[in-house]
Design a protein around this ligand. Structure first.
Ligand code: HEC
Length: 238
């Protein structure tokens, strides 16, 4: 097999790989392996298109490869090289498949606490608004205006909910507000997704921070309306 015609494409691929893997991180964030793979595949397609533009270039590029693989008229060393390639290739594919599918003991990357402890100043709070039917009703009204687009009819399925991951909380689900205290909700509503503490990261919560739009009293009323509407009771210390 004459190396000449294959040398340049091979050097191009290796050079590009080194550039993407080690060169780019000098200027910007490291590229994910999948992106590097994509760029190399595109380069490879470009090379293949270029090399197969005419019959002669195709024959001179692919011919030696086909003859090498088919083993036509090979002498001792070439035969060995061919056998080695034919044996190594399936092994390589097998190893790659194994490493990508075997379960690993490493912890998942997004290992986070769904309900992190609220900051101290919130933990001791209790709802100062009396639980009267009128206040609950006002809370539900505010909820309908501000929260239902995402949280829907307390089931987390509002019209705007679909695009979000994590999805808006479903307050009817017993693992959300039913196992939380009112002070926790007050914190989450006031500070939103951006106010989550470190254990709650990394996640890209769309829950807005309401401290600028809503007065504290309105938030407490919404909380009462929320529990009432979802048919849940806040967790207390009794
Ligand atoms: C833009 C969509 C959106 C709007 C509007 C919205 N939320 Fe949320 N909310 C979310 C998402 C997404 C989550 C889940 C992620 C999280 O907990 O931060 C969430 C979580 C919550 C939680 C935490 C529940 C839990 O189990 O930890 C509470 C409480 C809450 N929202 C209350 C409200 C209230 C009250 C309003 C209205 C004042 C409101 N939300 C408006 C998107 C929204």
């Amino acid at each position: 097999m004459k190396g000449g015609i294959h040398l340049k494409p091979a050097l191009l691929m290796v050079g590009l790989y080194i550039f993407f893997k080690f060169g780019m991180p000098l200027f910007t964030a490291p590229l994910p392996a999948s992106l590097i793979m994509l760029y190399l595949m595109l380069t490879f397609s470009g090379i293949m298109i270029f090399m197969t533009l005419s019959g002669t270039s195709m024959e001179s590029f692919l011919g030696p490869i086909f003859r090498f693989i088919s083993g036509d008229g090979q002498d001792g060393t070439m035969k060995m090289a061919r056998l080695a390639v034919l044996a190594l290739f399936p092994l390589l594919v097998g190893w790659q498949t194994y490493t990508s599918t075997a379960s690993s003991t490493a912890p998942p990357a997004e290992n986070r606490t769904v309900h992190p402890a609220p900051p101290g100043e919130f933990a001791a709070m209790s709802n100062p608004v009396p639980n009267t039917p009128e206040n609950v009703m006002q809370g539900k009204g505010l909820y309908a205006a501000y929260c239902s687009p995402c949280h829907g009819l307390f089931d987390g399925k509002g019209p705007a909910s679909r695009g979000f991951n994590p999805p808006p909380a479903n307050f009817k689900d017993p693992t959300t507000i039913a196992m939380l205290q009112e002070s926790y909700l007050f914190w989450r509503i006031k500070k939103g997704g951006v106010g989550l503490s470190v254990e709650g990261m990394p996640w890209k919560s769309a829950m807005p921070r309401w401290e600028f739009e809503l007065k504290d009293e309105q938030i407490w009323k919404i909380i009462m309306g929320e529990y009432d509407g979802a048919g849940q009771k806040p967790r207390t210390w009794e």
